[in-house]
Design a protein around this ligand. Structure first.
Ligand SMILES: Nc1ncnc2c1ncn2[C@@H]1O[C@H](COP(=O)(O)OP(=O)(O)OP(=O)(O)O)[C@@H](O)[C@H]1O
Ligand SMILES: [Mg+2]
Length: 380
């Protein structure tokens, strides 16, 4: 199936720039997620691809079909774009049955009655709702309604799927099941998918690639592991989960490794930091699970720091520790319950990475030559 390419989409509402040069590609069969806080422009981007929103500038293509080109005044109507859309609110028609809802996109495409019946049966089986074809949406649970919306998006055999927070109305347990189920279905169909969410767990669990948005811009792009472990900026590190930030002086130790020397943390913090970044004052992001806890050592020597446990929270499958190491307050996650008020903390090798204070737009980041902008590493 052809790839989707979005180039330099821009949209302003009054003086507010809602989309600022949004630029990305969804390769054939990939599951790409737009992740970002409320109001960052996710829905506006998705609806622009779907054809329900017309941006001020930019282009959108699906393979060699141009769907939208502001400069050339080309704007293909939504129903001619061959995309399947699930809206943030599902948007099921309450007066139509499940089968009628699912068959609607086929009806407007003037597909014959017998063929509609056959295809509706097919997609309802796919979403395991064949037995509820005659029900009305209000007779279904939130999870079932979400599956009807997905069946409707798939009925006309779209060549790509656009999903806007499809699980937002589901409870935690159901969300997890819906995630697994959608992931399996997407891989089975091999259908290119753009998925929108503000839930980082959902994005990490489901995506081949994540595009992190903030203020109408894509500020980070990469695989879930890349964006989680090499966030590049404080904003992305923070948005993707719990994170400690420590500032110190960076000293290069290898082609892509740096030692952050921090007063009060003897031995410093080994970090990932690309070549090209000048030494100087820098900030490292360290995930709580990258701080390894052990029983306190007696006597001097050995790696790590002595810490005082100031708070311990039981979170079911692990413990969240708040630790005081000299002047630094750090959070650590561990499945182990380490007894006593003093513990030994050791940062996992290269588990930390340098971050900038400002999110750098993903396209400009490439120009800066990698994950960490040298500008933050001010020479001292
Ligand atoms: N028609 C409109 N007129 C004016 N402002 C708009 C319009 N549509 C969207 N906006 C603004 O554009 C920004 C982006 O909105 P959008 O719906 O794309 O955000 P979102 O990332 O999907 O957020 P959420 O997670 O809350 O759904 C918001 O600040 C919103 O208020
Ligand atoms: Mg939205």
């Amino acid at each position: 199936m052809p790839e989707i390419s979005v180039r330099r989409l821009t949209q302003a509402f009054g003086s507010a720039r809602v989309l600022d040069q949004v630029d990305f590609t969804v390769p054939d069969g990939e599951f790409v997620t737009l992740l970002g806080p409320s109001g960052c422009g996710k829905t506006t981007t998705l609806m622009s691809i779907a054809g329900f929103h017309t941006p001020d500038a930019g282009t959108i293509a699906h393979g060699d079909r141009v769907l939208f080109d502001a400069a050339a005044r080309r704007n293909l109507p939504a129903e001619q774009r061959e995309l399947g859309v699930v809206f943030q609110s599902y948007a099921l028609w309450p007066h139509l049955t499940v089968a009628q809802n699912v068959g609607f996109p086929l009806k407007i495409r003037r597909v014959g009655k017998a063929e509609i019946t056959r295809r509706v049966g097919e997609v309802l089986d796919l979403v395991e709702l064949g037995h509820r074809a005659a029900a009305h949406p209000h007779q279904l649970s939130g999870g079932q309604q979400q599956r009807v919306a997905l069946a409707r998006a798939l009925a006309h055999r779209p060549s790509a799927l656009l999903l806007d927070e499809p699980f937002s109305n589901l409870d935690a347990k159901l969300r997890e099941r819906a995630r697994e189920w959608l992931g399996e279905l997407q891989r089975e169909l091999g259908i290119s998918t753009v998925f929108v969410t503000h839930d980082q767990t959902e994005a990490l669990a489901m995506s081949d690639r994540i595009l992190v948005m903030n203020g109408g811009r894509i500020v980070r792009a990469g695989t879930p592991e890349e964006v989680y472990h090499r966030p590049g900026s404080r904003f992305v590190a923070d948005f993707l989960g719990r994170c400690n930030f420590v500032t110190g002086t960076a000293r290069r130790t290898g082609a892509d490794t740096v030692l952050l020397e921090v007063p009060g943390l003897p031995g410093g913090i080994p970090c990932h930091g690309e070549a090209g970044s000048a030494p100087g004052i820098a900030t490292a992001a360290i995930r709580p699970e990258a701080l390894i806890l052990s029983e306190p050592r007696t006597g001097a020597g050995g790696a790590g720091w002595q810490a005082e446990v100031t708070q311990l929270t039981f979170l079911g499958d692990h413990y969240l520790y708040t630790l005081q190491v000299g002047p630094h307050s750090l959070q650590a996650l561990s499945t182990r319950r380490v007894h006593g008020v003093t513990v030994q903390v050791t940062p996992a090798p290269a588990a930390a990475s340098l971050v900038t204070d400002e999110p750098v737009p993903a396209d400009r980041e490439a120009d800066l030559g990698r994950a960490v902008a040298p500008s933050v590493l001010r020479a001292v």
